[in-house]
Design a protein around this ligand. Structure first.
Ligand SMILES: [Zn+2]
Ligand SMILES: [Zn+2]
Length: 148
């Protein structure tokens, strides 16, 4: 569990060739691509067949004190962005992607099914871009189920 997070770099792997430095404030995507396949080389590690997803064996979720992140899936946080705000980068990116794919325009009424982090992110982007009217419906998915 836990794939929306931010933190500070405390160790850098020997194979990392990017310009990362210790103590840099970062957030990261919830997967680590192989960095070799065509999807990874094209900047789409989320489509990598060999991607290691967060909270799967060998890649603990962000509820742990330390997590391993991929150099190509990591983003620097500006000094003005708090760690709490940095943890919202991933759900905000997912919501932005959904809004772009839906091709929403000014004046549209938007129904958002699900009021979790991603549903709320979609609402934020609709309001940001178009002051759109949106309706958000949260469905109870039963005990033990979370997410947006
Ligand atoms: Zn790959
Ligand atoms: Zn997420």
């Amino acid at each position: 569990m836990g794939h929306e997070f931010s933190g500070e770099i405390v160790e850098i792997g020997k194979a990392v060739t990017n310009n990362w430095k210790l103590r840099e404030r970062v957030c990261a995507m919830p997967h680590i691509g192989c960095a070799k396949c065509s999807n990874c080389r094209a900047g789409r590690p989320h489509r990598c067949d060999k991607a290691l997803n967060r909270a799967t064996p060998g890649n603990p979720g962000a509820y742990s004190e330390f997590v391993r992140i991929g150099a190509q899936e990591t983003f620097r946080l500006p000094a003005s962005v708090t760690f709490q705000e940095g943890a919202l980068v991933e759900p905000l990116a997912v919501g932005l992607h959904a809004v772009k794919r839906a091709k929403i325009t000014a004046g549209d009424n938007v129904l958002i099914v699900g009021g979790g982090p991603v549903g709320l992110s979609v609402a934020v982007w609709c309001k940001f871009f178009w002051s759109a009217t949106y309706y958000c419906k949260r469905f109870d998915r039963g005990p033990g189920r979370t997410g947006g």
